[in-house]
Design a protein around this ligand. Structure first.
Ligand code: ADP
Ligand SMILES: O=C(O)C[C@@H](O)[C@H](O)C(=O)COP(=O)(O)O
Length: 308
């Protein structure tokens, strides 16, 4: 039975930037995508990040504010705002070419950000595999300020080249929920030394070994697998016509967190997340508005987000 969500307050921490897609520039970066998708599902959402003083930074802040996202914990510095060139393959899958050494690497965590962390129901972070110490320590500092009641969501970001076994393990040890895709699962298998296990065994191992509450593996057009200690579910993905799959994973994570907080079954959580993510693939960019069908499903669960 679904819970009537009285509070749904979330934050995403990590790099925010513009995705330079063939059709034009779109707001992107996993924390922004997560925050926006949660907000579309009724959350009070914040982004904790850093942008430059340049026009791109101003545009990102103004676009987030227009979408109702709290930007008070986004610091501004003199480095350039991040950007990523996105090449799309014929099936709509992206290849990201990241512009490194951006404002994100010089993030500062304000006292307001620490207060925000302590007050969130869920926080989503990419990983501790950041380009430099400042951003890595900032994520850790922010997560340490989030209370035990706050669900820590590790949404692995494949573009980071900085993984090590230690970083993966440290990230898993502070997480409640893990979302990865098939490429990331492979990296985890190798780094955690569990190459011999199949997908189900790998997910079970990670779930139990790191004491996670929930784990999800997304498989693009093949759908998604989700498991907790009691249940295991496979959901299929159905997209009428794929435009691009940018942001599908972030939407999946947002929908999974929303459903998890509602306390619905793993099967229902997986179906809902897959349906929302598949929809994103039918539109350009990472954060299109959600269709009535999905919003109705949210309304039917009697979400009642309070602003405080
Ligand atoms: N080609 C596709 N057709 C339909 N749904 C898709 C497609 N690609 C992705 N999805 C949906 O989006 C989810 C996340 O996509 P995936 O590409 O696996 O994640 P990530 O973006 O994190 O790599 C999938 O589990 C599925 O529900
Ligand atoms: O930061 C990146 O490398 C990519 C982002 O700009 C992009 O918006 C993104 O995070 C999309 O993630 P997905 O949901 O895994 O497609």
């Amino acid at each position: 039975m679904a819970k009537n969500l009285k509070r749904f307050k979330v934050a995403g921490i990590g790099e925010i930037l513009f995705d330079n897609l063939p059709g034009g520039r779109r707001l992107g970066g996993a924390p922004a995508n997560f925050a926006i998708h949660c907000s579309l599902m009724g959350a009070e959402s914040s982004v904790v990040s850093s942008v430059g003083e340049d026009q791109a930074g101003k545009d990102i802040l103004s676009e987030l504010e227009t979408k109702g996202i709290d930007t008070s914990c986004i610091s501004v510095n003199s480095r350039p705002t991040g950007s990523v060139d996105v090449k799309l393959c014929p099936e709509g899958q992206p290849e990201y070419i990241i512009n490194e050494n951006s404002a994100w690497d010089y993030i500062t965590i304000s006292p307001e950000a620490l207060k925000l962390a302590a007050n969130c129901d869920a926080v989503c972070f990419g990983s501790l595999a950041q380009r430099n110490e400042t951003s890595r320590k900032s994520i850790l500092y922010f997560l340490e300020s989030a209370g035990d009641q706050c669900i820590k969501v590790f949404d692995v970001n494949i573009r980071q080249q900085y993984y090590s076994r230690e970083i993966i393990e440290n990230s898993l040890m502070i997480s409640d929920i893990l979302k990865l895709n098939d490429e990331e699962l492979e990296i985890f298998r190798v780094m955690l030394g569990i190459e011999g296990l199949n997908d189900r065994q790998t997910l079970g191992h990670i779930l139990n070994h790191y004491n996670l509450k929930l784990i999800a593996l997304t498989l693009g057009a093949e759908g998604s697998i989700m498991a907790d200690r009691e249940e295991y579910s496979h959901a299929s993905a159905k997209a009428a016509k794929v435009r691009d799959t940018v942001g599908a994973g972030d939407c999946f994570t947002a929908a999974m967190v929303y459903s998890f907080l509602c306390g619905v079954s793993i099967e229902e959580t997986n179906e809902f997340a897959s349906k929302a993510a598949s929809f994103v693939c039918t539109k350009d960019g990472a954060t299109p508005s959600l269709p009535a069908e999905i919003l109705d499903e949210i309304k039917n669960r009697q979400i009642n987000t309070l602003q405080n």
